[in-house]
Design a binder for this molecule. Sequence first.
Ligand SMILES: NC(=O)C1=CN([C@@H]2O[C@H](COP(=O)(O)OP(=O)(O)OC[C@H]3O[C@@H](n4cnc5c(N)ncnc54)[C@H](O)[C@@H]3O)[C@@H](O)[C@H]2O)C=CC1
Ligand SMILES: O=C(O)[C@H]1O[C@H](OP(=O)(O)OP(=O)(O)OC[C@H]2O[C@@H](n3ccc(=O)[nH]c3=O)[C@H](O)[C@@H]2O)[C@H](O)[C@@H](O)[C@@H]1O
Length: 443
Amino acid sequence: MKLAMIGVGYVGLVTGACFAQTGHEVICMDIDSKKIEGLRKNEIEIPIYEPGLKDYVKLNVAAGRLSFTTDLNQAVSQSQVIFICVGTPSREDGSADLRYVYEVARSVGQTMQEYKIVVDKSTVPVGTAARVRQLIAKELARRGTNLTFDVVSNPEFLREGSAIDDFMRPDRIVVGVESPEAERIMQELYKPWTDGKFELFVMEVPSAEMTKYAANSFLATKISFINEIANLCALTGANIKSVQKGMGSDKRIGPHFLYPGLGYGGSCFPKDVKALVYIAQTLAYNFKILEATEIVNQAQRHRFILEITRYFQNNLEGKKLALWGLAFKPETDDIREAPSLTIIERLLEMGAELSVHDPEAMKEVQFYFRKHANRDRITYADLPEAALPKAEALIINTEWEVYKNAELNLIKSRMKNPVVFDGRNIYDPAKMREMGFTYFFVG
Ligand SMILES: NC(=O)C1=CN([C@@H]2O[C@H](COP(=O)(O)OP(=O)(O)OC[C@H]3O[C@@H](n4cnc5c(N)ncnc54)[C@H](O)[C@@H]3O)[C@@H](O)[C@H]2O)C=CC1
Ligand SMILES: O=C(O)[C@H]1O[C@H](OP(=O)(O)OP(=O)(O)OC[C@H]2O[C@@H](n3ccc(=O)[nH]c3=O)[C@H](O)[C@@H]2O)[C@H](O)[C@@H](O)[C@@H]1O
């Protein structure tokens, strides 16, 4: 089938490349001409770090199944199904900013010349598909045409860092439709998946829209819950790793998303939790659990900072600290809402000198702090061990494999003081203490 991805961010690019990989013909459109230029170069420039993505893009561009443009008209006219994949960031009040989605809807209404299926792939509140329908219809009426179209909700559940695998081998595919024709076309689109026994759930449009928020909010709540249990473990003397195992082996609970740490970050959980809380508020419904999820999430990184400052008796002036991990999670260069940023800001404010390392997100952090008054007190180490000399403590924010596998003796020998604040529980506390480390972890 012929498909258009409007918005070539994380979702547009990954889903576009994966649909092309299964034989569909995909055109990806973005208003960011620099991004599109990079993707059209001979030596393709992929705007995000995602394992396996470059190969998929290269292969499918070479096969003529994947192309890139800034021309919306071209993308719409060439495609039967148009995916809206633009961002839906948080506004000040927590609501989802839908202006990019609506802009695309209007443009589609202004350009389409025959029946189209317009799919909301972006994460959007219940009622957005209905609004998209209205906006397209209004543009068609203005043009004096009576073309027909369908609006479908097909939320995306991929995770950054394992996006290709998540998309190609999904736990489920959710599709909200309002006509048998739209259902038929969506079934055909996902045939390569349903033939491979992945399940496609067809439901009402509002239910599909709600499923996405419900899933992300539940996972975020699971993380806040285990963080609270970890904090209680620290107070009671229970061992969080044992508790995690004991809880997670109950099939009804499951072992996933039970890792305590610095709280969730990224471009999705924080914004989607806020958006669902906001939606509830507008309906005069007080979503107490979810409000607490967010409060606990913020508190978690501040607890960690407090532990560091308490250790240094509130005096960080001139203290040299090493920081490992800047991205909001491993296998990505994304630093949106990363706990590391809050931690760095606070430590700088208290006068510390930081030597930081991340396998992928250094450029992003350098850019983020480019105008910060204390940016000169951050140095960027090209290797994890290069951040350690003279450090009075090592702070771990992201659980990259390279840190998990680090030679502990080497860490100890390079640092001024063998003190580790581990925000992701990547080492064994007993072993660390046996080796002479002062070791703080979550739990
Ligand atoms: N990042 C992720 O892992 C996931 C994101 N989502 C959801 O998917 C949506 C997109 O997220 P990301 O890909 O991370 O966004 P992003 O912010 O990385 O990319 C959005 C892209 O849309 C482009 N754009 C904006 N207005 C446009 C317009 N009028 N026409 C064409 N292009 C336009 C921007 O230039 C940008 O390249 C969001 O709603 C997000 O919540 C869903 C699942 C996973
Ligand atoms: O809507 C989205 O955009 C996506 O949001 C999340 O994906 P993502 O944000 O890429 O990353 P996750 O792997 O879910 O991690 C999110 C945050 O939770 C944290 N986390 C995760 C798991 C855990 O046990 N503990 C924990 O603290 C991670 O460190 C990270 O900061 C969801 O997992 C995806 O299903 C969804 O499609």
